[in-house]
Design a protein around this ligand. Sequence first.
Ligand SMILES: [Ca+2]
Length: 595
Amino acid sequence: MTMYRFCFYALSGLALSLLLGSGSAYAQKDWTADRPNFVVIVGDDLGFSDLGSFGGEIRTPNLDRLASEGLRVTNFYVAATCSPTRSMLMTGLDNHVVGLGAMYEQTAPNQLDLPGYEGTLSREYPTIAEVLKDNGYHTYMAGKWHLGHEPTMIPHSRGFERSFSILNGAGSHFDMTGGNDANEESEFVEDDEYLTRLPKNYYSSRTFTDKLIGYIESNRGDGQPFFAHLAFQVPHDPLQVPDKWLRRYLGEYDEGWDVLRERRLARMKALGIVPEHTENSPRLWYVPEWDKLTGIAQFTNARRMEVYAAVVEYMDKEVGRLVDYLEENGLLENTYIVFFSDNGANPQDPIAQAKKRAGVILGANFYATNYRTAFASWGRKDGFVAQATAWAQLSTTPFSGFKLTSYEGGLRSPLIVWKPGHSRAGQVNTDAIVHVSDMAPTLLDLAGIPEDALYRSDTEGLQRGESQRALFDGSSSAGRTSFGTELFGGRAYREGRWKITWMHAPYGTDEWQLFDLEADPAELHDLSAAHPQVKSQLIAAFDAYAAANNVTIPDRTAYDGLEDNLPPRPPVDAPDWPRGQEKNWTTEEETDNEH
Ligand SMILES: [Ca+2]
């Protein structure tokens, strides 16, 4: 295949030189030199402010270098969870159009048989890898796929010339142990082969990077540009890191989430990531104040974040290894590198949830059999620990919400774009709205490939990606003007500074809220009453988006009944409400209630 492509392009170059007349300067030119390489790196459940260059206290010097030499975009949006984001990255279309209207794992009864809700990536539309491959690019991927398990659905069948992937949404970082009782063993593929064992010394972040570098190296110097997708599985739980890294952040989270969230916000303001007037979202009403925790509770909770930070820093180290490889081999200066996260930080703790579920035996038994959940094992090869809600709020500072929600904490991701030429190095763009579906058309534009290779006529009227070439190049600071999104019934539509958000109670209000994100990035002040016209215009825009893009609001979600299982949420404007103490409070309804 490679040979065929090489010959084909050599021949087309020859044909062109004949047309132009032999001996012209063009005939001497390596025409592929104009076409940049692309490296698209995606983190898994990394929060908006985790990276040093976005205000985090986690040490990420390699990504910070890319940020200081490149561009940071602070209004970059993804979906509220993993596979829907990945489906939009791959196709440049809305997740409800390409099969990920819901996640495979969480499709509602009224969505089950609907087109667009297959839970796997549709074959009706081309992927960016297929288009780039058809246009002379090498296409490589290493890491998490989560878009289908069948032979026709794996990266090898969706345009990736070489690939090494975990097909599942989660699992061990050291072996093939799955992530939960519905997925007891992870499935891995290399190219078209389903693996029965993993490479020696396997650790997800390290092995994925090794594989990707190996693929690039195997064809280096053959004149073809490449598209390389590095899809890290970190910092998704279980948080695991090589032993030498276990003590790297010892003691660094002892001050607790309250202090550290404020400190992050101060750094974000100093870096220009958020405006000076930004307020921090309040600590969730059922999360205790750090200072009220007992010493042992502080000790164990701090450990969660110490491990999380080590996992993130290890990922950063691997990014550095890839960048060093590109640099040492003269590839970097013709390469665009993009980094972002697939969704916000994850509030869930599967261990705690397994203890509460109806299928308690299955869930708890899975973790008891496959992982060590005791404190001493946290972060280790066979240990299982998650970041959990309180620290997920740190990772999404200063926003409301987190993964799974349509608040900014779920949808906004850090975006770093490193580009050849370093125009406007270190710029922080706080104006441009960019959406993950913009990636595919942007790469095509940068490669000089017509957009209709990706967007056929049957995609007109759909919410499509928009090329951000001018933004990437530095010739413009503008992005798109609007986008809509929906997942598990959580909804949002953003247009300019305005955003409407519909989120289930108790995290939201079961109603549309209206926010001015320039004045209020953390979505704390609902302006519905003050601007009813803006609100109704945005609701109409969301409805049009939903109708055009196949959105069906689910009739059942994981939020159903949640309100009854959490302490009552205090009113928004109740400064005297003693946050963190609500578990001791009962409402009248509860006292009246028989249960
Ligand atoms: Ca994810």
